[in-house]
Design a protein around this ligand. Structure first.
Ligand code: FES
Length: 88
């Protein structure tokens, strides 16, 4: 099985080909990568199917991407975000 590599805030992340960004982050032991705007509460995967928008991440400079619905690509540069989505 081939491996692909990327980074989260400069930290190396290794994923299996076909894995979503969210799956790769959780497999790396990272369970939150966004903070809510009002209360700075941690967010990561919740629904896992692209519905809740809790898993937003900046990918290759594009903010507000759903980590659970986006395949990991080799060389992908991920950045954590803060409050891109208003608190519900
Ligand atoms: S975890 Fe719900 S949209 Fe990604």
């Amino acid at each position: 099985m081939s491996e692909i590599n990327g980074t989260l805030n400069g930290m190396p992340i290794t994923a299996r080909a076909g894995q979503t960004v969210g799956a790769a982050l959780v497999a790396a032991g990272i369970t939150s990568w966004r903070s809510t705007a009002k209360t700075s509460r941690p967010r990561g995967l919740f629904c896992g199917i692209g519905v809740c928008f809790d898993c937003l991440v900046t990918a290759d400079g594009v903010p507000n991407q759903r980590a659970c619905a986006m395949p990991m690509r080799d060389g992908m540069v991920l950045e954590t975000g803060m409050g891109e989505r208003p608190d519900a």
